[in-house]
Design a protein around this ligand. Structure first.
Ligand code: ADP
Length: 320
């Protein structure tokens, strides 16, 4: 059996990554496997920045957002020569296999290493919920709750001022944060990469809400990278009786103590990753489907089509 494994966090950070690191560490130690923390993702692997973790090194980290071992991006990791140096370093530290916590880019790195003889398992750590091989990624639920709290507060002020708040949320071209937060907050309009964006339709809908439904305020939740929300707010002010105000929530969505859901998800997934590596399995990623923790081939996961959210968009339309 494998004697020593590594764990790293890569790409964008997400609340719950620490809970996953803790689970990997303690689950491995419980099976008699040593764990090395690799700092700053694949960058630390390339630079040889790693050290042995103990049960104690992961005490009290469950409640903390971010990642205690740091994260980074190293585009050069796509080069085989760079990965060769990283593998030399793993060998120096006697690391035989690695748990990679991150998004789909990190999964690609994990697969590339597996193909070079280092078994890797991917765990979905991202607030964007943009990994299609799992229903939920680690960090999504926490970010969602952060967004909901912010929108609830905006609602208080927008309802007092006959405003239309345009709230831009993250998602990296996945509309889940916008869709789920919009549903949770009773937003009047939800715009995501999946729904598409039609400015005239948005303005017409707002006029309808005002004139026919007599709404005195409105919330528009929109995914990032769709349009300039300041401009949209200005157009709303010009074309409707609402006073349009834009709020870009930004990086606040990445922070905070993970929710119970994310802690449990990260704990279950971390344990599964160790179980797979202990069985000499690599090149797979862990997901949750129908509340069961499952694993599938990384290449298969990366090729999977995204599940449709049309039923949720339609539900929103019916209730607004
Ligand atoms: P995320 O994992 O959140 O999607 P990135 O796409 O930035 O974030 O990927 C994180 C890191 O994974 C990259 O900086 C790079 O080191 C590594 N990576 C991404 N794509 C590949 C690839 N095709 N081959 C090897 N490594 C990759």
């Amino acid at each position: 059996m494998v004697k020593r494994i590594g764990v790293l966090t890569s790409g964008g950070d997400a609340p719950g990554m620490n809970a996953a690191i803790r689970a990997v560490t303690r689950s491995a130690i419980a099976r008699g496997i040593e764990v090395v923390g690799i700092y700053d993702g694949f960058k630390g692997m390339y630079e040889g920045k790693m050290e042995l973790l103990s049960t104690k090194s992961v005490s009290d980290v469950m409640i903390r957002g971010g990642t205690i071992i740091g994260t980074a991006r190293l585009p050069e990791f796509k080069d085989e020569s760079v990965r060769k140096v990283a593998i030399e370093n793993l060998k120096k530290f006697e690391v035989e296999a690695v748990v990679v916590i991150g998004g789909d880019g990190s999964y690609r790195g994990a697969m590339a290493l597996t193909n070079m003889g280092i078994n890797c398992i991917g765990l979905p750590g991202t607030i964007d919920n943009d990994i299609v091989s799992t229903e939920y990624t680690i960090g999504f639920d926490t970010a969602l709750n952060t967004v909901i709290q912010a929108i609830d507060k905006l609602r208080d002020t927008s309802s007092s001022h006959h405003r239309c708040s345009v709230v831009e949320v993250m998602g990296n071209r996945c509309g889940d944060l916008a869709l789920y937060s919009g549903l949770s907050c009773g937003a009047e309009i939800i715009i995501t990469p999946e729904t598409g964006y039609d400015e005239v339709e948005v303005l017409n809908k707002l006029r309808y809400f005002e004139e026919v439904k007599h709404k005195n305020h409105a919330i528009v939740v929109i995914s990032e990278k769709i349009t300039d929300v300041e401009m949209l707010a200005q157009k709303i002010s010009n074309a409707t009786k609402f006073s349009g105000r834009a709020t870009v929530l930004g990086h606040v969505q990445r922070g905070g103590s993970p929710t119970a859901f994310d802690r449990v998800l990260a704990t279950r997934m971390g344990d599964k990753a160790v179980e797979l590596l202990a069985n000499n399995i690599g090149g797979q990623c862990v997901g949750m489907i129908n509340n069961k923790i499952v694993s599938i081939d990384i290449n298969e996961a990366l090729a999977m089509p995204k599940a449709s959210r049309k039923h949720l968009s339609e539900l929103h339309e019916r209730l607004v």
